[in-house]
Design a protein around this ligand. Sequence first.
Ligand code: MG
Length: 388
Amino acid sequence: MPRRLLILGSTGSVGTQALETVAHSPEQIELVGLSAESSWEALIAQAQRHGVRRIALADPIAGARAAEAWTDGEVLSGPEGLVRLVVESGAELVLNALVGSAGLGPTVATLGEGIDLALANKESLVVGGELVTALAEATGAAIIPVDSEHSALHQLIAGERPGTIERLVITASGGPFRGRTREELANVTAADALQHPTWSMGGKITIDSATLMNKGLEVIEAHHLFGVPYDRIDVVVHPQSLVHAVVDLCDGASLAHLGHPDMRVPISYGLHYPERVDVPVPRLDLAQAGSLTFEPPDMETFACLRLARDAAAAGGTAPCVLNAANEVAVHAFLAGRLPFLGIAEVIEQTLERLPAKRIHAFESLYAADRDARAIAGELVESLAAAAG
Ligand code: MG
């Protein structure tokens, strides 16, 4: 029997590589749906190439265009279209590779239906970690991380008994600005930041890597996935990106997960778990790699990691506010409307103006997300006005 798979965010970097993985998989995987944010032409081309009859676009305007242009199948649109695609898919596995907090609704829909989730959308856990993991527990759906560090942790922890894990360590490449001072970062541009040294990823996540916010989000993600308290999750900068994560055990042993930085590996793991299949990536040659180096992150220069840790400690709506403010600030930076150091400034001030509240239901999160976006948007405007 083929495995029935639905891919959300199939036109992005992870989604495109996932389609390649499916096409070359020795397992029979049936694609029951594809979706994207707004790139409707690319999505239709994918549906035609892979014989998919049902697609969804989060952006209603893009959805309308797609429905006009494509008559071989059904087009759903808007955030509720994505949810319908999930709920009516009959999928056994959903890969959520959407970018940003827009991934939360489809994550909730997937887990609510008891469908296993291969999760590349870390924001789902950053924003709604407590509720999302509780929902998965209630319906028995599994969450298999696709983020490379968390995939590594998932593999390292799989063979260990509960209670033996002392500490989790996730590695950071340090991004394109590793070693620079604050003064040197004042005038860097989006083009500078998009030169990622080791991982090839989408725009948003590449900027998050440059600010180290990506690692901050990943600490929160790891906390929810593995139930480890924040003071036992560390970040270490490792510029070669060959070690992805380390697990310290109670007997003094430490287990590390290694491999070339290539998203095809965690994607294949997430789509085939608990099986493994051959993936045509270069094999690791340690003698050729030479030396592996490690250093502590510079949390003074890269304030976003500190802000994420503080928001995680505050709990409640704080990580949701952090994430929303970050999305607005990164978008403004990419558009050339905010300086690099302004990203952390917008996030910090948004967090100050919206103190953490307790979360009662998903509605509390949607409200916090909305409020944070409004305030961060105002802050971006006032910083832009002050600058020029
Ligand atoms: Mg990662």
